[in-house]
Design a binder for this molecule. Structure first.
Ligand code: DX5
Ligand code: ZN
Length: 223
């Protein structure tokens, strides 16, 4: 299975975001990760569908909207209309996960279910049967630039086992605290899609940093 790199554009500089996104694309980005926060489900506020739509107009890469908001069902159609190709929702605040994931798929997007670091993997043992991807948080959601929670590596391996057993088509995405120093480990532990925020946008040269991380991902797969 091909491994995908998803730069998290929340970590960019909003003054120069267009140029920075283009630099990640030249460096080999496969998917753009777009964090949506509402100041309720998580203690930060980011961007909504209008901003996603303006990114959509200029890039052809798939856009992966990670919804860290209360009552995500209410906003899913708007994000898909704005051009999101993948939409993920948190298991911690979605009471009818089968309904929500089906709703996302019916509207034509890939449907993902997200787990916070404190949520047991067993919480998604049912939803993994019909999710297109599972997003495992390796920091508490809300901010980029946080430290990778080490227990996430063991959780990744267990999640991979669960995925292989229950739904081999489901992708595993990892998000939070991933940098050059640990990207190989997360891929070897089972990640198919790797989100990198400050590990890319914190660099002087975003294009070559993206390429470096992409090469590390390929080297991890080659072994
Ligand atoms: C955190 C977000 C992440 C974050 C990643 O709530 O979901 O996508 O922007 O940034 P880094 O890679 O810096 O942890
Ligand atoms: Zn995210």
């Amino acid at each position: 299975m091909r491994k995908l790199l998803a730069p998290s554009i929340l970590a960019g500089d909003w003054w120069n975001i267009g140029e920075q996104i283009e630099a990640t694309i030249r460096g080999g980005a496969d998917v753009l990760h777009f964090d949506v926060m509402d100041g309720h489900f998580v203690p930060n506020i980011t961007a909504g569908p209008e901003i996603l739509a303006s990114v959509r107009k200029r890039v052809s890469l798939p856009i992966d909207a990670h919804l860290m908001i209360e009552d995500p069902d209410r906003y899913i159609p708007e994000f898909i209309k704005a051009g999101a190709n993948w939409i993920s929702v948190h298991i911690e605040n979605v009471p009818h996960i089968h309904r929500t994931l089906s709703f996302i798929k019916d509207l034509g997007a890939k449907a993902g279910v997200v787990l916070n670091p404190g949520t047991p993997l067993s919480a998604i043992e049912e939803a993994i049967h019909y999710a297109d991807y599972v997003l495992l948080m390796s920091v508490n959601p809300g901010f980029s630039g946080q430290k990778f929670i080490e227990r996430s590596l063991g959780r990744l391996s267990l999640l991979r086992e669960m995925r292989d057993r229950l739904n081999p088509d489901c992708l595993i995405e990892i998000d939070g605290g991933i940098k050059e120093s640990n990207v190989v480990e997360v891929v070897r532990a089972g990640a198919d899609v790797v989100v990198v925020g400050s590990g890319i946008f914190g660099a002087q040269d975003i294009e070559s940093q993206t390429r470096k991380i992409k090469d590390l991902i390929s080297s991890a797969v080659a072994v």
